[in-house]
Design a binder for this molecule. Structure first.
Ligand code: MG
Length: 384
């Protein structure tokens, strides 16, 4: 029996790479649903190749173009945010890859869990914003959440076979991004183009900026807390510029396990889709003679304050990580539009976080309010 996949955000970086994995393992996987935010042209090409049962374009103004282009094919076409939540509930879907960007991933992920679908989680913002709600819901509906993020896939792989052995510490590795050795002064004047040029990983623009500012690592720490039931104090961020070790777990006897590989997202994607199996691949293999210098250093928390902002948000809990995420989404957007400089981003995020009323056990509605409020607030800070 082939596994039938729904890919939310199929035209983005992770979505496209998921389809590459499916193409190479057509004997194992069938594409059941594809969804996109606005990129209907790529969605049409993908639908023609993979012939899913259904496609959804979130931006409703593209519905007509999509319907016309696919009219001769047995592909159902839907549009709008509501449809995103409905298609994941279809009986014919076995696993949902959540690869959309930012806060938009939350509602469809909740709908998928409630419909008892396993989740291949690529949208880390979902756990940043609503980690407790998602993890509780997944437990209640007995749904597996398989991380697609390379670091969390590494940790997951390190934990395989460990049963009830406790994690003493997670060593979350980070490349450090393109500005690793930059001074505060140099950071002030970096451009979006420089920030978008990541040394090791090819990713979408939002996460590439998050990687350059280390917010991505802060988010990943929060993601790790929820996925692996650990405390903030058990998470150590370790800069490892070569991105060969994708993360490590230290157990209570002091032993450390690591997962290694060339930086290629297709590997964690395939692992999440095929778990617990490891299908044979033709991916390039790691050759240690080409990587004789694996190095490690502490993160520069002074020049990259986002890391501490994220750890503080994680420790405070409640709706504060939601505020962190919303403020960051606006800050990144403003930076990409050249409205603010690189070092202004953490300042805005900190200001936004400190202005929100604390809610200790937020409902989804509370989170929606926090999200909306912070977005407006941070835009008003920017526009002065
Ligand atoms: Mg990652």
């Amino acid at each position: 029996m082939k596994k039938r996949i729904a890919i939310l955000g199929s035209t983005g970086s992770i979505g496209s790479q998921t389809l590459e994995v499916v193409r190479e393992h057509a004997d194992r996987f069938d594409v059941e649903v594809l969804t996109a935010n606005t990129n209907f042209e790529l969605l049409i090409r993908q639908a023609k190749e993979f012939l899913p049962n259904a496609v959804v374009i979130r931006e409703e103004t593209h519905y007509q173009q999509l319907t016309e282009a696919l009219s001769h094919l047995p592909v159902k076409v839907f549009a709008g945010s509501e449809s995103l939540c409905q298609v994941v509930e279809m009986d014919s879907v076995d696993i949902v890859v959540t690869a959309m960007v930012g806060y938009s991933g939350l509602k469809p992920t909740i709908a998928a869990i409630k419909a008892h679908k396993d989740i291949a989680l690529a949208n880390k913002e979902t756990l940043v914003v609503a980690g407790k709600i998602i993890i509780d819901l997944a437990r209640k509906h007995q749904v597996g959440i398989l991380p697609v993020d390379s670091e969390h896939s590494a940790i997951y792989q390190c934990l395989a076979g460990e049963g009830f052995n406790k994690i003493e510490k997670v060593l979350l590795t980070a490349s450090g991004g393109p500005f690793r050795k930059f001074s505060r002064k140099e950071l002030k004047s970096v451009s979006p183009e420089q920030a978008l040029n990541h040394p090791n990983w090819e990713m979408g623009p939002k996460i590439t900026i998050d990687s350059a500012s280390l917010m991505n690592k802060g988010f990943e720490a929060i993601e790790a807390k929820w996925l692996f039931h650990i405390e903030p104090e058990q998470i150590e961020v370790l800069i490892h510029p070569q991105s060969i070790i994708h993360s490590m777990v230290q157990f209570e006897d002091g032993s450390i396990k690591a997962q290694l590989g060339l930086p290629d997202m297709k590997l964690p994607i395939l692992y999440a889709l095929s778990f617990p199996e490891r299908p044979k691949t033709r991916f390039p293999r790691l050759d240690f003679s080409n990587h004789s210098n694996l190095s490690f250093e502490a993160a520069d928390r002074k020049n990259f304050p986002n890391l501490d902002l994220a750890f503080n948000a994680m420790k405070q809990g409640g709706n504060i990580p939601c505020a962190l995420n919303a403020a960051n989404e606006i800050a990144v957007e403003a930076f990409l539009k050249r409205k603010i400089g690189f070092t202004k981003m953490p300042e805005l995020i900190e200001k936004g976080m400190s202005h929100i009323a604390f809610v200790s056990e937020p409902t989804i509605e509370d989170l929606e309010n926090t999200d909306k409020e912070i977005r407006q607030m941070v835009w008003s800070f920017i526009n002065g």
